[in-house]
Write a new protein. Structure first.
Length: 345
């Protein structure tokens, strides 16, 4: 049995919203990852079973290795079809905001969501949710938004309405947001949920292969280049840094998602507890910052203090608007600021 994490009042409200709604829109954050898509598509498949008209809208492109997910071909990209998306959002009875805690996290989609009269429901696991939804289901202690979607559906008494396709999506979100269940995944209830998803007929080994073993030649060569040329180790601080420019990404025919997981690689080294990856974004004039840690080191605090970001204890992200040398210098300042915690960890 699962602990009743979500408040009953929120369960009742969401159930009522869904029952009364005809048109539902699901929105998730910019540069959607596995959990963003897994939770969105998992909820979409459940709502299909409830005979609702449902559309998933994302701000921009998502990685190729997630395109196999059931329903992914029907996702609407706002950066390509903004007028159509605006119409759907304006007409929606309910708008489900998944895997983000602030309208700024959905970029250009934000104003349309804010202006819509549709009842808004947030389902998320990031800290400090902003109050823009009628119902806020926010649980940072939970490993993924996909897990929260599973819990919500079950608490509404609708486990039987989770389809094979929906179970695939939910599992994918849980798997990717825990690094294949290697961090933020010590809660035994996660594995109870996995067993329930397996009862729907999913093949977790096949899902792993589809997500992690279908990269391009360019991705593998870029990985080799990063490890040999671009990884810097700071033994005194038990830390590592990787950084990539647009030009370097172009040399290896970069496509969105090709650097997924790079930030985790230095943590395979003995004695390294903190890893940061700085990448010049290929779409915007900014630097994407990924931070990972092991043990008790709070990489989310570093993300918030130095890189306009946040996230979880061991997995966080941020953004930097400036040059790569400036971002690298900021990283080095963070090492000095957090030296005591890094040495202890």
């Amino acid at each position: 049995m699962l602990t009743k994490i979500i408040q009953q009042a929120n369960i009742d409200k969401v159930k009522t919203y869904f029952e009364r709604a005809e048109k539902i829109v699901i929105v998730t954050h910019v540069s959607p990852d596995g959990d963003a898509l897994g939770s969105s598509l998992g909820l979409m498949h459940y709502l299909y079973e409830e005979e609702k008209t449902v559309h998933v809208i994302v701000p921009n492109a998502f990685p190729d290795f997630l395109r196999w997910m059931p329903g992914a071909k029907d996702i609407i990209r706002y950066d390509k079809y903004s007028e159509f998306a605006d119409k759907l959002i304006a007409e929606a009875d309910v708008i489900c905001c998944l895997d983000f805690n602030a309208l700024s996290r959905i970029d250009a989609v934000g104003p349309a969501v804010a202006a819509s009269a549709g009842r808004k429901v947030m389902i998320d696991h990031h800290l400090n949710p902003e109050p823009f939804c009628r119902v806020t289901i926010s649980h940072p202690e939970i490993s993924s938004t996909s897990e929260l979607v599973f819990r919500l559906i079950c608490r509404m008494g609708c486990f039987d309405e989770i389809t094979y396709e929906g179970a695939q999506c939910i599992y994918t979100g849980m798997m990717t947001d825990t690094g294949g269940f290697t961090y933020n995944s010590n809660n035994r209830e996660i594995y109870f949920i996995i067993s329930e998803l397996l009862s729907k007929g999913i093949d977790k080994d096949e899902i792993y292969r589809k997500v992690f073993n279908t990269y391009s030649e360019g991705r593998l060569r870029l990985m080799g280049y990063v490890l040999y040329e671009k990884m810097e180790v700071f033994p005194r601080f038990h830390a590592s840094l990787i950084w990539l420019t647009k030009e370097e990404q172009g040399r290896f025919q970069y496509v969105k998602g090709d650097t997924e997981g790079f930030v985790n690689m230095p943590l395979q080294m003995k004695g390294i507890c903190f890893s940061v990856f700085l990448r010049e974004d290929t779409e915007k004039k900014m630097i994407k910052v990924s931070l990972r840690s092991v043990g008790s080191f709070p990489c989310n605090k570093v993300a918030a203090e130095f890189f306009n970001g946040g996230g979880h204890l061991n997995a966080s992200g941020g953004e930097f608007y400036g040059t790569m040398p400036e971002a690298i210098e900021l990283f080095k300042q963070a090492l000095v600021k957090y030296e005591d915690l890094l040495v202890k960890n």
